[in-house]
Design a protein around this ligand. Sequence first.
Ligand code: NAP
Length: 527
Amino acid sequence: MNSITGVSLIGFAKGQEGGGARPYDPSKRAFFGPEFAWARPEEVANALQKAQDAAPIWATLGHKPKADFLRLIAQGIEDNAARIIELATRETALPSGRIQGEIGRTTGQLRFFAKLVEEGWWRDVRIDHSDPSRKPVPKPDVRSMLVPLGPVVVFSSSNFPLAFSVAGGDTASAFAAGCPVIVKAHQGHLATSECVGNIIVEAVRQSGLPEGSFSLLFGPGRSVGTALVTHPTIQAVGFTGSRSGGRALMDAAAARPRPIPVYAEMGSINPMVILPGALTDRSQLLAAGLAGSVTLGNGQFCTNPGLILLEAGPQTDTFLQQLGSELAKVAPGAMLTESICHEFLGGLSKFTELPEIAVHTKVEATPGQVGPILLTTSGQDFLAQPALLEELFGPATVAVLCNGIEEITKVVLALDGQLTGTIHASPADYEQVKTLYPILAGKVGRLVHNGFPTGVEVCHAMNHGGPYPASADGRSTSVGSRAITRFSRPLCWQNTPEFLLPEELKESNPLGLLRLVNGTWNKDLPE
Ligand code: NAP
């Protein structure tokens, strides 16, 4: 029975009770369930010590036990799906279909990384044989591969209570790399976090892994979270949330005597350019698709299209009417947390107070709920008003009416780093697209053509990250197989005798891995 007790999970031990906050139901605007205790300093220290003790075992853990462990977590989530749906829908106000979808995504990610671990190519094994006869100096035998960093901290996101939370992509990729994980739970879904945390602890037990493989701590980011990030045991951080939170953790990690990487995904306004030919061909379809993307999950997606760039003119006026009508069909809904709702309404009123902004839809919402908003401004006013570069985390989008493609280009050039950039075009627009593509590419982590940025496919080629401030390090992704490299580092063995080499690097290739040998990729299978 996966019961909710409101205490941190410190390896196999439970934290003390009492003293924190109760889970909150944003739809009913009411607290429920037991009080969750915030982890005390000694409990944080205990979790860190256990993680440190587990790290050497994880560093050399074979691919089979690691993959089995990931699959066991996935199975545990599926076995507890009804309970998870009950808790997560209540704590986040997201519909059960969405939570069901997230369960599929979360278990899919865990199995995706299990397969990756078994295939082993993520290790990026490189072998250069020695050449003792090389002149003027002999060439040494050099071998390298990626190895785990050690214990990592994961900060759950508010907007994906499963897929970017306790057993989400950061945790799955850190385990896959071979790192013990300490999760700092998000306060927006405390009970869901404990439920999933219990599943991971049970999987650790069943797998015979050390108890410090996983801990789940409840408590405020500024105390519990910062204590974890600044502790010498921790080697890297995964985070999804606000720019201020991500930046605070980046700064705390950089100020350590031995700094560590913080992989923070901090959101974005995801510019979308709709060119005139596309509007001529499919204005109504685009309006319906865009309204769906803007309001998906009540706009609480990091890939929400928050900025639409169009050429001003009668065709665009018609499109905006169509978009306004489509948005008005979507009912207001509760946001994930009271503070996200408060921040959205605060940000919105800052925007609407600006003389440069016009409000196209106004939805009467009850307290705690928000409805879709369409704002418009001109290209010239947008360029003059840096406040409009801020993310409105909710069902809102700003349409910028530009004076031709030159002004669209100027707006794109003025943007910060973004997770995504989208272009809608028809063949009549292709000359403009050719010019715009490289400019947009310089600003984003993912280019979307004639589509919508919401919905991030979990696959090998996916990149979910972007130049700062979309993410802390634009060279990294939090989705897809490359996510594993965030929690690993290259290690090189020079002239090392065969018996001391890990399996991956042995001459006979006992694991049958794809390896770069003397500059050629091959998969020399064992005899
Ligand atoms: P958040 O406030 O950044 O919180 C995320 C996590 O970071 C929480 O566990 C929080 O801890 C911790 N944290 C925040 N500030 C911190 C600090 N200064 N030091 C240490 N830890 C800190 O994000 P949120 O609660 O999910 O939502 C707030 C806003 O973030 C939203 O309105 C939206 O603008 C943005 N957001 C962006 C994305 C995205 O896609 N990148 C996703 C969700 C939200 P505690 O809250 O427990 O103290």
